[in-house]
Design a protein around this ligand. Structure first.
Ligand code: R5P
Length: 296
């Protein structure tokens, strides 16, 4: 009989770990991180992992301070005899720098992938930002599994909105918007976006002539500074559309982004719980549980 893996939640991402414990019978392990006065850390795993598989679970938004704890947790588990170390990262960071945009820049998505691949044996994530990389296999050398939040988002829209007009703010959102449009049999628009800085985007004006009676639903994978959504909402407001519903998979919300987007005249902002945030209203835990039911 296969002994249940030990699951270790990182960065306070406890709920999904508890769901996995209850649904799949995984053992919820105990781990602590001590921070020394000089900010170095030591990871202590207080559960038995010798001879067992360990699964680390935590979202990798705001990744830089999380990297040392993550990599040290993986290595500590191996030192203590774990047979394998898997990573469930519902949000996978560093996917957007997928080419050299300016002279002299590094391609951090590749370096990050290299680092993770070196320390864990497999990884599960949800809708990573695959744009110029077509698959995680382009940069990750470990087995990876990509899960998709759109079925959960479609169910939310079906329950909460009768007359949706789906709007993707840029060409990258086409993949998600098309899937939703098919599932919901709803009209959609894909806009064009030019980004000239972290908080500077120019978004094309949507042609909403045939859709005035509908509720605009903006769909994007990541809401970071909120600039993309706020720019799109401004167009919709000036065209006298109904207040928009903004749906993001990953609720990064850098700085004041959440408040700024709320203040822009939206009806509501809804995200998936890939990153814990007050806007979470779409639960993706069943995706991960179902995917791991047959192991990795
Ligand atoms: C970029 O290509 C992504 O799909 C999102 O559109 C982007 O990350 C949103 O960023 P922000 O909220 O900073 O405009």
């Amino acid at each position: 009989m296969k002994i249940a893996p030990v699951i270790l939640p990182l960065f306070g991402y406890d709920q999904l770990a508890c769901d996995l414990q209850h649904s799949l019978g995984y053992t919820l392990g105990k781990m602590s991180i001590h921070r020394f006065p000089d900010d170095e850390i030591v990871v202590t795993i207080d559960s038995v992992v010798n001879g067992l598989e360990v699964i680390l679970i935590g979202s990798l938004d705001h990744p830089n301070p999380k990297m040392a704890p993550l990599l040290f947790a993986a290595e500590t588990a191996k030192t203590l005899g774990a047979t394998k170390v898997g990573l469930i990262a519902p949000y996978l960071a560093y996917m957007r720098q997928d080419k050299q945009f300016h002279p002299g820049e590094g391609i951090t998505s590749a370096y990050f992938a290299d680092l993770i691949s070196h320390h864990v044996d497999w990884m599960v994530t949800i809708d990573p930002h695959l744009h110029r990389w077509h698959s995680l296999d382009d940069i990750y050398t470990i087995p990876t599994r990509v899960l998709h939040a759109m079925p959960c988002i479609a169910a939310w829209i079906k329950k909460n909105c009768d007359d949706p007009l789906l709007i993707g703010p840029d060409s990258e959102s086409t993949q998600w918007v098309l899937e939703l449009a098919t599932k919901l049999n709803a009209p959609f628009l894909i806009l064009e976006k030019e980004r000239s800085g972290d908080r500077l985007v120019n978004i094309s004006i949507p042609d909403i002539a045939a859709h005035h009676h509908r509720t605009p639903i903006l769909i994007d994978d990541i809401i970071s500074t909120g600039t993309t959504m706020i720019g799109t909402v401004a167009h919709l407001n000036s065209l006298k559309m109904k207040p928009a519903i903004c749906i993001g998979i990953h609720a990064i919300f850098a700085g004041n982004a959440y408040q700024d987007l709320l203040n822009s005249g939206v009806k509501t902002i809804v995200t998936c719980n890939t990153i814990e945030h007050p806007s979470n209203d779409i639960d993706i835990s069943s995706l991960i549980i179902d995917s791991l039911r047959s192991g990795f």
